[in-house]
Each structure stands twice: as structure tokens, then as C-alpha cells.
Write a protein that binds this ligand. Sequence first.
Ligand SMILES: CC(C)(COP(=O)(O)OP(=O)(O)OC[C@H]1O[C@@H](n2cnc3c(N)ncnc32)[C@H](O)[C@@H]1OP(=O)(O)O)[C@@H](O)C(=O)NCCC(=O)NCCS
Length: 157
Amino acid sequence: MVPADADAYADLIDDTIIRINGFPEHYVYDVRLAVERGQLVGERVLVTLGDGRLVGTIQTYTRNQMIHDSCELGFSVGSEYRGRGYASEAVDGFVSHLHACGYRVVEASTAVDNDVVRRLLTRAGFVVVDEYRRTLLNGVEIDAVRFRHVQPDQVGE
Ligand SMILES: CC(C)(COP(=O)(O)OP(=O)(O)OC[C@H]1O[C@@H](n2cnc3c(N)ncnc32)[C@H](O)[C@@H]1OP(=O)(O)O)[C@@H](O)C(=O)NCCC(=O)NCCS
């Protein structure tokens, strides 16, 4: 993602994405500014159609700075593009890329009742490792489930 993507990226963040992720007031303003200034942390990839329309994003960051072979995955798809397989395709491709980059473990979390994401991650080969209370950025606490995808040749090690 580059500074010129700031508006398209901010426009993608609709009320559903804000609610599910618990983004606080001013989040969209802040994130737009961060993209403009090249200050967003982690690796963030835009999913676009051939004509350049922005479909969604998939991103990763290191959850625990002490564990260098593990990272956390997040993704969102714009409302008009949901249910067409874009997130599934992006997750498959990005997880393979992260393993190839040296991340042995890729983790992803969602609300326990987010059935779309649970099915999507399970289809992509993730397994449940943990259920926990998660505090979202706006302070709301939810029951969350953590999934893990281990590099295929290292499963069971
Ligand atoms: C969750 C989210 C990222 C999923 O993105 P998506 O691109 O719609 O996901 P997919 O299309 O790959 O898969 C979703 C469903 O569409 C179905 N689907 C896939 N390709 C399809 C197609 N060509 N036609 C119709 N349905 C299709 C999938 O089978 C899946 O159905 P299921 O849930 O009944 O198994 C997106 O809905 C979103 O951003 N939601 C709002 C915020 C959110 O929940 N974020 C996650 C926080 S952890």
C-alpha cells in the first residue's frame, strides 16, 4: 500500500467493519492519515480487480515481538464484494507467501460467533488453538477464538 491509496482504503472501512473490529471514533480519520504518511505498521496488501477497483485488504503484523517466526493475520472485504471468494483466495495466497517468507506460524482471531470467518479459516487449513476474552480497540470485550496455520512440512513438530 502506498500513500496514494489512503482515500480508497479509508472508504473501504464501512460500519460493519468498524463494529466487528471495535474501531474507536476517529479510527478512519487516523488510518487515512497513517497511510498518507506511510506510517501503518505491518505488511498490508490491497486486493484489487483488473480495473483497479479496491476489493479489500489483507494484512499482517508481529503480535509478539519476541517470537520472530509467528505473525497475526487480518483481512476485510468491501461490502459490495463479499461472498464471492475474494477473502478465501487472498488468505490462501497470503498465508503461503508468509510461510515462504519464514513465518512458521500464522495466527488469526475472530469473534466466536463470526461464522463466516470461522468457516473461511477452517477451509484454508487453520485450526482452533484457543478461546479467550479479547478487548477491542474501543474497549469492548468479546469472546474470541484464535486460529493457527502451521507451515505444512512442520505440522506436528
Ligand atoms: C469476513 C470477510 C472478510 C469475508 O470476505 P469474503 O470475500 O466475503 O469471503 P469469501 O467470499 O471468501 O467467503 C465467504 C462466503 O462466501 C462464499 N463464496 C465464496 N465464493 C463465492 C462465490 N463465487 N459466490 C457466492 N458465494 C461465494 C464462501 O463459500 C463463504 O460462504 P460460507 O461462509 O457460507 O462458507 C468479509 O465478509 C468482511 O470483511 N466482513 C466484514 C468484517 C469482518 O467480519 N471481518 C473479519 C474480522 S476477523
